[in-house]
Design a protein around this ligand. Structure first.
Ligand SMILES: *Cc1c(COP(=O)(O)O)cnc(C)c1O
Length: 420
């Protein structure tokens, strides 16, 4: 059976799925299952695609750490010149531990604590993306107290519908994110007066897995109009940050062509003097990683047919959380006829489904690759059901490198103790 679609970095050679030049059978043998496996070339290619498409605009590309914050992945991207979009002090620590530079970091998120603000101010981040009036005032206080000025942009909510899953739409006016478009101007006037702030830019992030250019353009036009009005009012901005959200192909989506996106932005940004910032996450790492798992059991009855695998919703929650589709393919092809199977994990939840009604020719002990799992896979993983987090492996040409050790069970309860 031909593979439906293989992301960059994957090939099938002599019936066996390879990541770069490494057969996934070898990865499973060496590191065990379940494990996340990433292609370094695919990550570099996806990053370079942004750099090349947007070359004329010379943007600061701030990879969204929450998509996948593994230190080796952050290091790789930092070496390519990437900056980072963070949503917590923890993510800032990750970026710095990976060798990233703070002056290329933008700090997003609705609930920054005073301690996180101080940490980011002292590290010297490029900008705080502020999401409320209360946060603006607190940030000014924290900065003043430290004798510093915080570079700020307001995350403005342009109220556009990105046409994506409601859980990952963030730019509608009822969303908890950003400040209302109608309130933004007055808030900028206040920001310009506050002593601890340096008004630097404007930003928005309208949602995730967006495959249509129109909502991005609509958001850009609204944000740009506001930036122009601010300049006319004597509050000039230095940058415009359009956030992330560019979608990828999981199944049969037609992703946005980055050159088209770049052209649409360039036409509108021309002459504004604003530097462009982008915060891509999924588009960089989503298709560069897979979850490798082994079939423990086939459970075949007249009512239902299951492949029970050793990965579960705690390792990859997107199918359970968003009914997201991940392509699932056998690592080694079999000649036997395919059957329709639900691919499920061992977790005690009915929702522990990785893929429904998949046509697969598999036997117990076979390896399956759950594709396009690089973004919001490992980073959203949990220890539910006392399941240790899987190992993560980075493949780079001929080499494989363990970039996260499989968790040991004792690590799960090392911060707990029974009564003496
Ligand atoms: C999640 C997030 C991103 C990245 O989104 P992707 O869909 O992965 O590109 C960028 N910016 C902000 C503020 C985010 O919350």
């Amino acid at each position: 059976m031909p593979d439906h679609f293989l992301p960059d970095g994957l090939t099938r050679t002599d019936g066996t799925l390879h990541i770069e030049s490494i057969p996934l059978t070898q990865v499973a043998q060496e590191y065990g299952t379940p494990c996340y496996v990433y292609s370094a070339a695919a990550i570099r290619n996806a990053y370079r695609e942004f750099v090349e498409a947007f070359a004329a605009l010379d943007p600061l590309i701030c990879y969204a750490v929450k998509a996948n914050g593994n230190l080796s992945i952050l290091h790789l991207l930092s070496q390519q010149g990437s900056g980072f979009d963070i949503v917590s002090g923890g993510e800032l620590s990750r970026v710095l531990a990976a060798g990233g530079s703070a002056d290329k970091v933008v700090f997003s998120g609705v609930g920054k604590s005073a301690a996180e603000m101080a940490q980011a101010l002292q590290a010297g981040v490029h900008c705080f993306n502020v999401e409320s009036a209360a946060e603006l005032r607190r940030l000014s206080q924290v900065a003043s107290h430290l004798g510093l000025r915080a570079p700020v942009s307001l995350r403005v909510n342009p109220d556009v519908d990105p046409g994506t899953h409601p859980y990952i739409a963030t730019g509608l006016k009822e969303s908890k994110f950003g400040v209302a478009y109608a309130d933004a101007f007055a808030l900028y006037e206040e920001a310009a007066r506050l002593p601890g702030l340096d008004v630097a830019g404007i930003d928005c992030h309208i949602g995730s897995q967006i495959t249509d250019l129109a909502p991005f353009v609509a958001a850009l036009e609204k944000i740009l109009d506001l930036a122009n009005r601010l300049r006319n009012a004597g509050i000039p901005l230095r940058h415009l940050d359009l956030g992330g959200g560019v979608g990828i192909r999981y199944r049969d989506e037609t992703p946005i062509v980055l050159a088209d996106y770049a052209r649409a932005i360039a036409e509108r940004l021309q002459g504004s003097g604003l530097r462009l910032l982008l915060e891509p996450g999924r588009r960089i790492i989503g298709n560069a990683g897979l979850l490798l798992t082994r079939v423990e059991y086939l459970k075949l009855s007249s009512d239902h047919r299951f492949a029970i695998v050793d990965a579960a919703m705690n390792d990859l929650i997107r199918p359970s959380l968003y009914e997201a589709w991940h392509e699932i393919v056998p690592v080694s092809e079999r000649a036997s006829p395919a059957a329709l199977l639900d691919v499920v994990g061992p977790v005690c939840e009915t929702g522990d489904i990785l893929g429904r009604a998949r046509s697969l020719a598999v036997a117990e002990g076979d390896l399956l690759a759950i594709l396009s799992a690089g973004a919001y896979g490992a980073s959203m993983g949990s220890n539910y059901n006392a399941r240790p987090r899987p190992a993560e492996i980075l493949v780079d040409g001929q080499s494989t490198r363990l970039i996260r050790r499989r968790e040991a069970v004792e690590e799960l309860y090392r911060n707990e103790w029974p009564p003496a």
